[in-house]
Design a binder for this molecule. Structure first.
Ligand code: MTE
Ligand code: MO
Length: 316
């Protein structure tokens, strides 16, 4: 089988620049004591130490990684996004060994972090997913951009759920439970639920929205006059088919967009545009294969805008 068009090489965010989120603090995990259990509605409960996890091998998963933002402000854009090359093992490998019972419908993921959040004590961080979704998508990562996971990113093992908001990717993973119902936890059924456009009831924060972000120039940058390179990244649950760029409220001009990669990676877009000396506002707006378009305002995936100052021409 040959492929006609070479796929774009994914670009990864340096680890020092990947955002960190922690609701209950960073737990102090001693890998010598750490184990992962797979329990609940399974024929063969498992307990693995790190050597057993590493013995399962390491597949790679390049994927964009996006934080939803505050569960109390679901409409406020945070634009915390990165792209990471994870390495680890698909959850399906463990599920095949544990053998879920017929009654299992949901998979719960629990982290080692405990503490207080929003005035409640004694919490643990949990997320859950339907079993079929978890089996298809969840990846258990022990490396990030070629290094062992850093403490703040979930050492020694975390879940990664591509094309879902980061909140689903449980760090410091210690327990996987198969159950016939959802997990009742502050981070599953109480917070991180939202009412999607066109819906009347809140659903868990899972699949990402269509979105894009200008990476260059940076907000507040001063750039030379002439043809200015405007570029960024766009991502969704499916392929990005178009990105428009608008200068100073003008029409949406089509940027060149990279073909989608083989997996859940973001797509680069770029446009070179003449900009006269003075201040300018630049916005970008992505459209995906499903026809979803970023809203102009009032939503967490509202179009991104940067302000730039173009330096004056040569003195006459
Ligand atoms: N155990 C645990 N996992 C967690 C969290 C947490 O607080 N505890 N935060 C979640 C949120 S909201 C996000 S956006 C991602 C962030 O992953 P990162 O800090 O590695 O970028 O981790 C998720 N997994
Ligand atoms: Mo997040």
């Amino acid at each position: 089988m040959t492929s006609q068009v070479p796929l774009p090489e994914p670009d990864f965010t340096p680890l020092d620049d990947v955002f960190v989120r922690k609701h209950l603090g960073v737990p102090d995990v001693d890998v010598a004591d750490w184990t992962l259990t797979v329990e609940g509605l399974v024929e063969h409960p498992l307990r693995l130490d790190m050597a057993a996890v590493l013995a399962l091998g390491a597949k790679r998963l390049p994927a964009f990684h996006e934080c939803f933002g505050s569960p109390f402000a679901p409409d406020v854009p945070t634009r915390a996004v990165a792209q990471v090359e994870w390495a680890g093992v698909p959850l399906a490998v463990l599920l095949d060994r544990a053998v879920p019972r017929a009654a299992a419908r949901h998979v719960w993921f629990e982290g080692a972090d405990t503490g207080s959040f929003h005035g409640e004590d004694g919490l643990t961080y949990m997320k859950d997913l339907p079993l079929d979704v978890a089996r298809r998508d969840v990846f258990l990562a022990h490396r990030m951009n070629g290094e062992p996971l850093r403490a703040e990113h979930g050492y020694p093992l975390r879940a990664v759920v591509p094309r879902m908001f980061g909140t689903n990717s449980v760090k410091w993973l210690t327990r996987i439970v198969l159950a016939d119902r959802r997990a009742d936890n502050m981070f599953t059924t109480r917070f991180y639920n939202r009412v999607l456009p066109g819906d009347t009831e809140a659903t868990p924060v899972r699949e990402v929205d269509v979105s894009s972000k200008l990476f260059a120039p940076r907000d507040g940058a001063r750039v030379a006059a002439g043809g200015v390179d405007l570029s960024g990244r766009a991502w969704s649950t499916t392929e990005i088919v178009a990105v428009g760029i608008s200068v100073d409220g003008g029409p949406w001009e089509s940027a060149a967009v990279d073909a989608p990669g083989a997996g859940p990676t973001w797509q680069r877009f770029a446009l070179t545009r003449e900009l006269a000396p003075g201040p300018h506002r630049i916005r970008c707006r992505a459209t995906d294969r499903a026809g979803r378009v970023q809203p102009l305002e009032g939503a967490r995936n509202a179009v991104h805008e940067v302000a730039v100052e173009v330096a004056g021409g040569a003195p006459g």
